[in-house]
Design a protein around this ligand. Sequence first.
Ligand code: SAH
Length: 511
Amino acid sequence: MSKKTGKVYLIGAGPGDPGLVTVRARQLIEIADVIVYDYLANPKLLDWARDDAERIYVGKSAGRHSIPQDEIEEILVARAHKGQQVVRLKGGDPFVFGRGGEEIDELQTDKIPFEIVPGVTAALATAAYAGIPLSHRDYSSAITFLTGHENPEKHTLSIDFKAYAKTNGTLCLYMGIGQLPRISAELKEGGMSGKTPVAIVEWATLNRQRSVYGTLDTIVDDLAASGLGAPAMIIIGEVVAHRSKTEWFEGRELFGKRFVVTRAREQAGQLTQMLEEKGAEVIELPFIEVTTDFDPKVLSEILAGIAVYEWVIFTSANGVKSFFELFYKAFDDIRCLGPMRIAAVGAATAREIEKHKLKVDFVPKQANAAALAEELIENEGIESVQVLVVTGNQNREELVQRLETEGRAIVDTLPLYKTKKTNLLENEAAARFRKEGADAILFTSSSTVNSFIDQNAAFQLEDGARRPVLGSIGPMTSKTLTEKKLPIGFEAPVSSLEHFIEAAVQHFKER
Ligand code: SAH
């Protein structure tokens, strides 16, 4: 029997902000076998994909040409023939200057089933994020979407812009930056007033959004002076002058500021999210990488005998996550865990355990392995007791040794993941930092300061990059920075993420 043909989902990835895709788009990304994505589709959307989903980038990037359209179509067809669920992610909406029509033609020719999911197109997103109403009862009753660049091979414009000078509505110009001098001249020739207001917005909806405003007479010079480039949306019409006075998006406290967050991937999330809420752009540079790493034989032996342990000790939130993922694969009843007691090294680890509706019996006063061993031995009397330590490849020797020698417990260890240093010289985000720089690097612990020094080569800025100040989360981290002779730009009075961000806001406000 021949294999069932897969399906191709042509999906609008929206303008950039991952919050602006449809629920349907997200569902399909989650189940896809293959994701074929463009330059303008935010790669963050791929975080929703299965770990084993294949990701194929077909967009252009600095110095590299994009994959030709016919090759993209071939990829879609070939994958569907293999029976795979193929998601084709295109910036904005697939049917608005996105060549979606050509891809559908090809799929029809090859009799491949498809579905189309619309997306928020750049014109609508830009209008919303710049506060420009595209229609207005007093100024504009028509909205036109135009492209300034129809076919890269043609290099000519077949659109007669003079004709669009007379719509008395709003013009939204895609891919118009390169041809702007010519387009604005033609609009004026066609009778549009040189005083007509114009907005140009680059990277709309992302925290790197920038905009420039002018009139048809001035906009070419305004654009040159601003340094803005593609991708940008150009909006022309009276409505531009009637945009909202409040800049709800570009006016946020940390808007336009770029921060480097230097934490392990798993933990960076919260700080990044809090910064992004305030409009900052965040480059996450993970100093360490955590990967799953376990011996399946050891795992299955331990899980089979899990009920014999009187204590199970978790040394990190990562360990908890991996443990339960694997446990649920082996058992479908939480009671298979048995009547053990549970210890966690600290509050974050305990919280991760409690997500499974399990009470944590023991957390040491200080969140470290030595304190855990000491207090457990002192308070709980673990002599001859069977103990399981669920852990990674670090910080376990001392714990196990003390439990065995001082506490005379019988200890098994279950290592589930490994932590290793990231080589930032090979990291894409770090390359972007070197090229563009940042306004601040945030240090959240002494160990991040040490890693920063250790990976110094990865932080060498190129000419023209923004020079960052260094921010410290509190006195301990500041002490390490000072010891290493690094100047402190701002410091949180109390070591918490909230205070840290407040200190950053204050710092940039004063400048
Ligand atoms: N299918 C897309 C358009 C692709 S053409 C859509 O529906 O939005 C590419 C052009 O779209 C860019 O040159 C730019 O003019 C515009 N564009 C796409 N994303 C943008 C963004 N985030 N900000 C400003 N313009 C954007």
